[in-house]
Design a protein around this ligand. Sequence first.
Ligand code: SAM
Length: 236
Amino acid sequence: MTRRRWIADKLQGDRAFLRGQNAHHLARVLRAKVGQEFDIVCDGTVRLGRITAVADDEVAFDLGAEVPQAETRPITLLLAVFKFDRMEWAIEKATELGVAAIQPVIARRTDAHLAHAADKRAERWRRIAHEAAQQSRRLSPPAIAEPVKLQETLNPEGTRILLAESTAETTLAKALENAASGSVVLAVGPEGGWAEEELSAFRAAGWTFASLGDTILRAETAAIAALAIASAFPQK
Ligand code: SAM
């Protein structure tokens, strides 16, 4: 049975407390009762929580046993910076789909003003990821790194897969089937696509070029499609 999960606002030994909007939602909207059980996220683990007190601004729980979690494959999204409103939509959806980390990348065809403004935007991206993690009941939000130039992030740990709309040698599903165990990095290009010299740099660094199909997808669509496919491949 899937119990609704909440992220604890305060922990005290084997007691947890939900506060603010979440407490109000649980108390007034869901009309929670003393004795009801929920999954409570406590510092990165999930424990069974039984309600001991309900008030409009605070719900208190007694914490019981740890609830085992399915082991997933850590996926990092290397995302070329593109129009902020659509990039932020992609960050929200990628968080819901369980991405472990997002590395924003300044690509050759990233608009100059976006490249310039990206550094100042990273904090906002982290807030968006935090809210989406809460909403999707993740144990913790994905790590969002500072934006960097592509050259600085061509050799990450794990299986390296470049989503390529025209020069792919395989499909994403096949690339994931053949992937070694451990983490995976998925790279998605900017609106204008990767430049030739960037594609050569990816090839030289041993990235697998994978297709998501014959149609040209917008960057945010490609990112979400790739994560949805990858999240279907459990840890080996
Ligand atoms: N330069 C391309 C064009 O206009 O022909 C479009 C680039 S596309 C908007 C942005 C990124 O999405 C690409 O660099 C690639 O990473 C990814 N992408 C889009 N469609 C894809 C597909 N069918 N297969 C794999 N990746 C795709």
